[in-house]
Design a protein around this ligand. Structure first.
Ligand code: SF4
Length: 455
């Protein structure tokens, strides 16, 4: 349970009655409320004792801590989740999909998997969907072979890395090959935890603890926290899907509902080790996207298994409160010129990609003016007053389209034909043309229209 402003104010100087304003807020109470909402930090009050500051920071920390695997553009952030069910608010950090490579696999197979990771990337409504991590497993018993695999991956890719080895020496030497790439080390167990802590304490990297059951994770995470290792991932050691759902749910609820800090970390799941066949593995992974691992490790992937999984992940992790949208601006479709048609639409991502795709399909280079409408489709945006003649008129003026075309003809979506009059008033120099009601009609409509203009 998150700390409330009314609880915080009692811990502030003079029990919240000092009201000196040095934090930038008019009263201690206002500062406490802001602190509770995450809009301020404890260091703004110079009169807090170190003890109270530490106590408040600990109490205000997110119930599921953040862990970052990798660095730079490909860094994967997991954790910081706030709800058990996605419909309560939103899930925050989508799980990383990892591809397992064992050092026992043939060189050709290793190369093929690295190639797949690089090539299996899918453009999708303005995003690129792809897997995130390579999980490198020491299985051969030959440390040099494992190190060669790690070096190959480090030299040839910039994906985040999970290092898997029961042998702590192999784990730590592989970690040093990774340099500053912040790999996740797995598994940390009750038997090797001391050795891992002493191996990484000078330069911490995320670690994943493994135990045989949820309860057994607790002493391990407590020990890591006491050693100052903050980025932790949990593996409760579930042996099948039924156990996995139970364990993942227990961890999530303990962290969020009981604010039980020792389980307040993201988790990892291994369909690659627990599923009996490829189909079950991908079904297992799809279940994990919903409940709840931050990393899902697969034994292999191809377009037909990965793309549906990535789209499923996108659907679950898209914030339902914020429609997907594109930027308000003038877009070029193909290579338009001063004679090209000008169309206008709203900025819901799906609308934009469907309309621009159909214009492309018409093979008529065109200008597509996209109006900001809070990510709503054309008809909904019109009903909400966000796609009106009064607002599109000024957009046409400021977009610069009048310097790019010689004509003055604007094509509006057929579904909002009724804004034609408003637009004619707002843009007296322009001819307003009511286009097709459905985007699918554009490939036939545009060439015919352009031909008519030429005649
Ligand atoms: S600086 Fe501290 S004591 Fe002063 S008003 Fe802010 S919270 Fe209260």
């Amino acid at each position: 349970m998150a700390l409330k402003g009314t609880d915080i104010v009692k811990r502030l100087p003079d029990a919240g009655k000092k009201n000196c304003r040095e934090c930038g807020f008019p009263t201690c109470f206002a500062f406490a409320m802001k602190l509770a909402g995450g809009g301020a930090t404890t260091d703004k009050c110079p009169y807090l004792s170190a003890e109270v500051q530490a106590e408040l920071e600990d109490a205000l920390a997110p119930p599921i801590k953040l862990a970052t695997i990798g660095t730079g553009e490909n860094a994967l952030r997991i954790g910081n989740e706030e709800v058990v069910y996605r419909h309560e608010k939103t899930f925050v950090h989508q799980p990383g999909i990892a591809l397992l490579i064992s050092d026992k696999e043939a060189e050709a197979k290793v190369d093929e998997k690295i190639k797949k990771m690089k090539e299996l990337q899918f453009p999708w409504v303005g995003l690129t969907l792809k897997a995130d991590l390579l999980a490198l497993q020491f299985e051969s018993g030959d440390k040099a072979k494992f190190e060669a695999l790690v070096k190959k991956v480090c030299d040839n890719t910039d994906f985040g890395i999970v290092l898997i080895s029961e042998d702590v020496d192999a784990l730590l030497s592989a970690r040093s090959i990774c340099g500053d790439r912040k790999p996740l080390l797995y598994p940390v167990t009750k038997d090797n935890i001391d050795k891992v802590i002493s191996g990484i304490k000078d330069s911490p990297t995320p670690v994943a603890v493994k135990a045989s059951g949820v309860e057994d994770l607790v002493p391990l995470t407590v020990k890591l926290k006491d050693a100052g290792i903050e980025e932790v991932v949990l593996d409760p050691g579930s042996k099948n899907m039924q156990e996995a759902i139970r364990d993942q749910t227990l961890i999530r609820r303990a962290a969020l509902k009981q604010n039980f800090r020792p389980l307040g970390y993201p988790t990892i799941g291994f369909p690659c080790f627990t599923a009996k066949d490829e189909i079950r593995e991908i079904l297992f992974a799809a279940m994990f996207v919903i409940k709840y691992p931050g990393i899902i490790v697969l034994s292999d992937m191809d377009e037909s298994s990965l793309l549906p999984l990535l789209v499923h992940r996108l659907n679950i992790y898209t914030d339902p409160r914020i429609p997907m949208s594109v930027e308000e601006k003038l877009y070029e479709v193909l290579e338009p010129n001063e004679e090209s048609p000008v169309l206008v639409t709203s900025n819901w991502a799906l609308t934009y990609f469907i309309v621009s795709g159909e214009v492309e399909g018409s093979k008529v280079p065109s200008w597509l003016l996209v109006k900001e409408a809070e990510g709503l489709g054309v008809l909904t945006a019109w009903a909400a007053g966000k796609f009106s003649g009064d607002s599109i008129g000024p957009l046409v003026k400021k977009s610069g389209i009048e310097n790019k075309v010689k004509h003055r003809r604007l094509i509006i979506p057929g579904k909002v034909a009724r804004i034609r009059g408003e637009l004619e008033e707002a843009l007296p120099d322009w001819e307003i043309i009511v286009g097709p009601r459905e985007a699918g009609e554009i490939p036939a409509y545009l060439p015919a229209l352009v031909q008519k203009w030429k005649n």
